[in-house]
Design a protein. Structure first.
Length: 85
């Protein structure tokens, strides 16, 4: 998979059952994002828009103001990549 490709995978439990539809966005050596309570009908387009920003940034650091509006209220966590030193 190249750096400008997107792969969608189901995952095991994220321990967020009470948080509705939950999506985790991650890539090696980039920030990880966790979105919760996503409305299933409106979220796919917003997530694809977010992913374009995420892929373009070498560190995956997307400024909150750039998030699609529906994701601004759904962000639960931004987790920095592990320190590889």
């Amino acid at each position: 998979m190249t750096s400008n490709e997107l792969e969608i995978k189901p995952v095991d439990c994220l321990w967020a059952c009470s948080q509705g539809c939950v999506v985790s966005v991650l890539s090696r050596d980039k920030f990880t994002y966790l979105f919760v309570n996503l409305p299933p009908e409106e979220s796919p387009a917003a997530l694809l828009e977010f992913m374009q920003l995420y892929i373009k940034n070498s560190k995956g650091n997307v400024v909150w103001k750039q998030f699609p509006e529906i994701l601004q209220s759904a962000i639960f966590a931004q987790i920095p990549p592990p320190n590889n030193t």
